[in-house]
Design a protein around this ligand. Structure first.
Ligand code: ADP
Ligand code: ZN
Length: 729
């Protein structure tokens, strides 16, 4: 066995336990190979591990224990092991934590449980009914493929009893099979839509990249509706034709239902799904099938990047600018950047698709590191919406109202024409602040340095930091006055109330993530709205992402200034992207759309750039500012977050770190802080931040490692390193 370890040889095993080192074991009977998934004894337990290489040799050989068994799973390939190592180095995360990300499915080594499947037998039943004929038609239509009872009954539109009834006739067979079934084959030879000229050019370029079988990243930029999805599905087809696997990352589970149906239309079968809504049994199936190359296309959330693909040829990061690609808890990584890393190790292509790319990707394309393809026109009749501001200083706005008379007239016109309007407000709940009119006290969270948000739908106050809720009190917790607590400012629930009052005959639907307990419920609601079951849609950021509402011709942004407040590095960029995305929802059908932005500062440069749509101008100005300030992507940042039950403990450590920053100074980096984090307390823990700023080429991670290595964390203190921070809360 080449590169294998003979029985009894000393091997290094990486486990997913929080140990941060590779442990030595003896190879089991039958030997093992690098990459093998194994079960090893650890103290009294048996844990999952991966054979990482030869043993270190430091540990007393006589006391070494033997690997329990080699699991029946495809070994982890060099490519994935290399990726986990590089990603761990980049994010300064223990390798064991990376392995945890790569093994997030239960019972990976267990023999799969069995289930019953149904396939076509022989002959026809004596008594043929229409439902029976449909079952047989479905089984024959899928060329020998087997179904579960539920799948078959649903596909044929019959009750399970009809299928069972056919068993006795021999026309349908029932068999036992392991649950980990391969996924239905996707057929890349099926024709896609006829592409417009610029779409065809872009698709050909992407396909050529995939055909070359080498690494490359392409920024695919095009307004919403220009056909980016159509174009990158061509690249997926090319990848499948070459027998390699493809991964499409999407920022939001809610997107997948529309997307999966689209893939099915294009390739004749549904792809494999990987996200938090997928059952454990399915996760395990996917994890195993992807390792054997039996899942050709995976559509998933960011963690799909850590799946053990047998031969990954293409990664699409759709809506690449989306901030949810940055994981903000546990391992802090940016899935967009990690996609590029993984592709470079797998000789795969990356497509970063967006209507409003991140400044990072824009700059990488500008610098020639990424190729760039632009789709300029919306497909077919759909035009970009007309954009205008509503100057709130000139509007007559009574207290407690947020829909201006101008916007109200525009909505009324859509109602009269049988069209939909979207009122966009990026604030969940009823009111962001509850204040006592007697003493001025604002109700805050007991655990966090944050105001409680009233959610009238839940009849509770909710902390958006920690999720803590409490009933809306009758009396002020500060001065005891009764009946004096009042909501201040709007959230989507309050806006819905206003819309219902202004337009009593209209059907108002609210789309906000907290109003849906399951992804399924949200999908259903989105589909119902797309089908015309609402006149006015009130939505948060959730609606900005890719949903297609053909009847929607007006977008009203309630507070275009909202994102511009605060000192976030990316405030301008985010507002620009979000407003363009939201506006892009209007007029995706045949009618021209209009987007109206309510603002108190219509002359603000960012608002002006949103209106004129001079994107390149906006990016150039933004890039010039960041370059002058040495900020990303022209410089590098890393955040250190210390948290502890007592503020002083966190501060003392921060001060100690700041005094001993020689390793940082050696690379010319500057250290800022310690300072209280903008949200100085979350879940009862006090938070202190330090910020490191370095030149673009500086070896930042090794310097941080050297700096932190001698630190002994006091009990109770947690330290997190955030490389390339996206948010600064
Ligand atoms: P994007 O991903 O840029 O938002 P899509 O690929 O979703 O754009 O395309 C927008 C709409 O236009 C979709 O409904 C899509 O089916 C349709 N479309 C795009 N290109 C074509 C084409 N070449 N022929 C027919 N319909 C197309
Ligand atoms: Zn809280």
């Amino acid at each position: 066995m080449s590169g294998g370890f003979a029985p009894g040889a000393r091997v290094g095993v990486l486990t997913a336990e929080p140990l941060d080192r590779i442990l030595d074991y003896l190879a089991p009977e039958g030997g093992c190979r690098p990459g093998d998934f194994v079960e090893v004894p650890l103290g009294p337990r048996r844990v999952l591990g991966v054979v990482w290489g030869p043993g270190e040799g430091g540990f007393d050989a006589a006391r070494l224990r033997s690997i329990g068994r080699v699991l029946d799973a495809a070994p982890m390939r060099d490519e994935l092991r290399g990726f986990l190592e590089r990603a761990a180095e980049y994010t300064l995360t223990p390798l064991s934590a990376m392995l945890r990300l790569a093994t997030r499915a239960p019972g990976l080594g267990d023999a799969p449980s069995m289930q019953k499947i149904y396939r076509r037998g022989a002959g026809l039943p004596d008594r043929m009914t229409e439902p029976r004929a449909r079952v047989i038609e479905v089984l024959e239509g899928y060329g020998g493929l087997a179904f579960t009872l539920g799948e078959l009954a649903a596909e044929a539109g019959v009750s399970p009893g009809v299928v069972k009834g056919l068993l006795a006739t021999g026309a349908v067979l029932e068999q036992d099979t392991p649950r980990d079934r391969p996924y239905p084959r996707l057929d890349p030879a099926r024709p896609g839509l006829a592409l417009a000229e610029d779409q065809a050019t872009a698709a050909a370029r992407l396909c050529a990249g995939v055909a070359n079988g080498v690494y490359g990243t392409t920024l695919l930029k095009g307004v919403t509706g220009s056909g980016k999805t159509e174009v990158y599905l061509e690249a997926v087809a090319e990848c499948l034709r070459r027998g390699r696997q493809a991964l499409v990352l999407l920022p939001e589970i809610a997107l997948t239902s529309e997307f999966l149906a689209r893939v099915e239309r294009r390739f004749g079968a549904r792809p494999a799904e990987w996200h938090s809504g997928v059952t454990m049994v399915e996760r395990r199936r996917l994890w195993r099938m992807v390792g054997r190359g039996e899942a050709q296309l995976v559509v998933g959330a960011r963690s799909a990047l850590f799946l053990p693909f047998r031969d990954l040829g293409l990664i699409v990061v759709d809506e690449e600018h989306d901030s949810s690609y940055k994981q903000e808890e546990g391992v802090l990584y940016n899935a967009r950047d990690m996609a590029v890393l993984r592709a470079s190790l797998a000789s795969a292509q990356v497509v970063l698709a967006s209507a409003t790319p991140s400044l990072e990707s824009w700059a990488n394309a500008e610098a020639g590191k990424y190729a760039r393809l632009d789709l300029t026109a919306r497909f077919g009749a759909a035009e970009l919406p007309e954009m205008a501001t509503i100057d709130l200083r000139a509007e007559d706005m009574p207290a407690g109202r947020w829909i201006s008379p101008t916007l109200q007239r525009a909505v009324a016109a859509r109602l009269a024409a049988g069209r939909q309007s979207l009122l966009f407000l990026n604030r969940r709940g009823y009111a962001p602040v509850t204040v006592c009119r007697a003493c001025g006290h604002m109700i805050g969270c007991d655990q966090c340095d944050a105001r409680m948000v009233e959610h009238r739908f839940l009849k509770r106050l909710v902390c958006h930091q920690c999720g803590e809720t409490k009933p809306i009190p009758e009396t002020c917790p500060s001065c005891g006055a009764t009946g004096k607590l009042a909501p201040v400012g709007p959230g989507v629930e309050r806006l819905a109330e206003e819309a219902a009052a202004l337009f009593p005959a209209a059907r108002v639907a609210v789309l906000s993530s907290d109003l849906f307990t399951t992804a399924r419920a949200l999908k259903d609601q989105i589909e119902a709205i797309a089908g015309g079951e609402a006149d006015i849609i009130i939505g948060t950021q959730l609606v900005a992402k890719g949903h297609n509402f053909p009847l929607l011709t007006l977008v009203g942004v309630i507070d275009a200034d909202l994102g511009l407040q605060g000192s976030d590095l990316r405030a301008a960029e985010r507002t620009f992207q979000l407003m363009r995305q939201v506006a892009g929802r209007a007029g995706r059908g045949a009618d021209q759309g209009v987007a109206l932005l309510q603002s108190f500062q219509p002359e603000h440069p960012v608002i002006r750039a949103i209106l004129t749509g001079d994107e390149e101008g906006f990016w150039r100005a933004e890039a010039a500012e960041r370059r002058a300030a040495g900020m990303p992507p022209y410089g590098r940042l890393a955040g250190i977050i210390l948290s502890a039950p007592e503020a002083k403990t966190a501060f003392d450590l921060g001060t100690h770190l700041a005094r001993n920053d020689a390793p940082l100074r050696r690379i010319g980096a500057q250290l800022y802080g310690p300072a209280p984090a903008p949200i100085a307390r979350i879940r009862g823990r006090h938070r202190v931040r330090l910020l490191i700023k370095a030149a673009k080429g500086a070896a930042l991670q090794p310097a941080i490692r050297d700096w932190l290595a001698p630190v002994k964390l006091p009990a109770q203190v947690r330290l997190a390193v955030d490389i390339d921070p996206q948010s600064f809360f």
